[in-house]
Design a protein around this ligand. Sequence first.
Ligand SMILES: [Fe+2]
Ligand SMILES: [Fe+2]
Length: 164
Amino acid sequence: MGDTKENLASAFAGESQANRRYLAFAKKAVEDGFPNLAKLFKAAAAAETIHAHNHLRVMGGIGSTTENVQEAFDGETFEFQQMYPEFLAVAKEAGEAQATWSFDVALQVEKVHAGLYEGALASINSGKDLEVEKFYVCKVCGNTFENEHPDECPICYATEFKEV
Ligand SMILES: [Fe+2]
Ligand SMILES: [Fe+2]
């Protein structure tokens, strides 16, 4: 058991993971014919997001918008430059094909995100919001596009995109 600062960080990580896990479980419940169970998973997932945000706020994890964009850029850059290349190399070496795919597409998309955040930083630093109408996210790999998407995702070749 650590001190409260460590416990907040640990609880934030756990609640964040529970949120994504429950949403994945909800999708599976729908596929398996249990739509009301899916609602329970979704409701609990929404509550875990509230807990995660409470913990993050209390631990001082939300800065000014400029600081937040910088932190997002730094995080994505770390992921595509250091973390995913290492994970990818280990998975490839072990012949873990699915993990290799999962790490590889994430690496490529984090690179896209770093570029988007880098561009955003320039706008936000000069006090201007982004000049963008909407974003599209590839439903298979998460590749992210400003304003319009190609017919086929250049990273994973999927053809369905979610509008944000
Ligand atoms: Fe990302
Ligand atoms: Fe994709």
